[in-house]
Design a protein around this ligand. Structure first.
Ligand code: PLP
Length: 453
């Protein structure tokens, strides 16, 4: 039965029907949507056939780019064999098991077990619940506070948005929930004192963390969450010595370290995990995005024995570990993830990143002389340019005159899709990007930046 809706364009239907995430809802009808219809390699195409280089791999996830037939085949095969099953109540399925076993083999530090979920937020939310469960198991009901950092991004559920340290994720949502403590952001360019070296800045942040723990009472603090490179906070690469110094403080007070590898995992920083790039020893690690190259929703939480042991004991005592998502470890997503990991290994994605990562970093570095660019930073295939109102004083643009959104809008016109985090423009292209495509992306971007100036 034809309805009125069938005559309307996708744009009209979008404006009438979609509540868009991360969008100014009131302005959306006036701005209008960009309708993406297909993708191939590092490029996506809109309704009119115009091509865009996806400079952020979608949402930092499409590591193998668009049009990877092997992932399509893996999904189709699994759909035909076992499109749904779960891991609840002693049930299992082969692809879920194989994926957990593979992740344990790949883990950069000894890990005990893997919990599968559907998104980065769910994996981090599960980590928070395990922290609480474990403290109860250990008879430490007061050891529940969790420390996260300014500008952190750990997701958008009630609990993970409370750990996220960005204003838009909390303002008007009545967040954060109680029990979240805030540590400083390790951004040397913005927060170091005049003349403070990276090592000294790291030492100061570690000392401030220790002071926070002592002020709260070490027996009330359970865990510290960190992304190796902070992503949505503006691509912040930790200063020299940061993680070893932070880790030493956490060890002193028996505080768990949860490393959120949702963006950094699977090659983004040059090694398989950010944990390896920065010499971190996590008790828990969360993975998503690159795990399936974004082709199917899936995430994983890995826990070591220090976490798993007490949790298993507690579940034995009270009867069941009462947590799990219907789609956690979905077989189609698990099959796609396994095939993604096969492709990373067969094509030696790390060797490719070692070749093209420096091209991206040098390319971003070449913008340092641009009048709008205060800092170019990054590692591997992730980076950012921070735009400033005044290069000498490092003064940011005032909030009512932010430059990031303007530059990103112009870049879109020029055929490159990027994201602005305030005035930091993030770059995290598909890991398969070539030298020539990096050149093309940065040329398109430069034209936009020059125009915005
Ligand atoms: N953690 C990090 C570091 C992320 O960047 C994100 C998403 O961008 C998340 C967690 C949340 O993942 P999701 O959007 O899949 O819930």
């Amino acid at each position: 039965m034809p309805t009125r809706a069938s005559n309307r364009t996708i744009t009209e239907k979008d404006v009438d029907s979609v509540l868009h995430p991360y969008t100014n809802l009131k302005r959306h009808p006036e701005v209008g949507p960009l309708v993406i219809t297909r993708g191939k390699g590092v490029r996506v195409y809109d309704e009119a056939g115009k091509d865009y280089i996806e400079g952020l791999a979608g949402l930092w996830c499409t590591s193998l780019g668009w049009g990877e037939e092997r992932l399509v085949e893996a999904a189709a095969r699994q759909m035909r064999t076992l499109p749904f099953y779960h891991l609840f109540s002693h049930k299992t399925h082969d692809v879920g098991v194989e994926l957990c076993a593979r992740l344990l083999e790949m883990a950069p530090v000894p890990m005990s077990k893997v919990f599968l979920a559907g998104s980065g937020s769910e994996a981090n939310d599960t980590a928070i619940k395990l922290i609480h469960y474990r403290s109860n198991a250990l008879g430490l009901p007061h050891k529940k506070k969790i420390i996260a950092r300014e500008k952190a991004y750990h997701g958008v559920t009630v609990a993970t948005a409370s750990l996220t340290g960005l204003v838009n994720n909390q303002r008007s949502f009545d967040l954060p929930i109680p029990g979240v403590l805030r540590a400083g952001c390790p951004h040397h360019y913005r927060f170091a004192r005049q003349g403070e070296s990276e090592e000294d800045f790291s030492s100061r942040l570690a000392a401030e963390l220790e002071a926070l723990i002592l002020a709260e009472g070490p027996d009330t603090v359970a865990a510290f969450f960190a992304e190796p490179v902070m992503g949505a906070g503006g691509v912040i690469v930790p200063p020299a010595g940061y993680f070893p110094k932070i880790q030493a403080v956490l060890d002193r007070y028996d505080i768990l370290l949860v490393v959120d590898e949702v963006i950094c995992g699977f090659g983004r920083t040059g090694k398989m995990f950010g944990t390896e790039t920065f010499g971190i020893r996590p008790d828990m690690m969360t993975l998503a995005k690159g795990l399936s190259s974004g082709y199917a929703p899936i995430s994983a939480l890995m826990v070591n024995e220090r976490v798993y042991g007490p949790v298993a004991e507690e579940s034995g005592r009270i009867g069941v570990f009462g947590h799990g998502y219907t789609y956690g470890g979905h077989p189609v997503s698990a099959a796609v993830a396994l095939e993604t990991l096969n492709i990373y290994a067969e094509r030696d994605i790390l060797a490719h990143i070692a070749k093209v990562g420096p091209v991206l970093q040098e390319g971003l570095g070449s913008f340092r002389d641009h009048p709008l660019v205060g800092e170019a930073r990054g590692i591997g295939l992730i980076g950012a340019l921070e735009l400033v109102a005044d290069k000498t004083s490092r003064a940011p643009f005032p909030p009512e005159r932010t430059m990031g959104a303007k530059v990103v809008a112009r870049a879109q016109d020029k055929g490159v899709i990027l994201r602005a985090m305030g005035d930091a423009i993030a770059f995290a292209p598909p890991l398969i990007i070539t030298e020539a495509e990096i050149g093309d992306m940065l040329r398109r971007f430069k034209a936009a930046l020059d125009e915005a100036h």
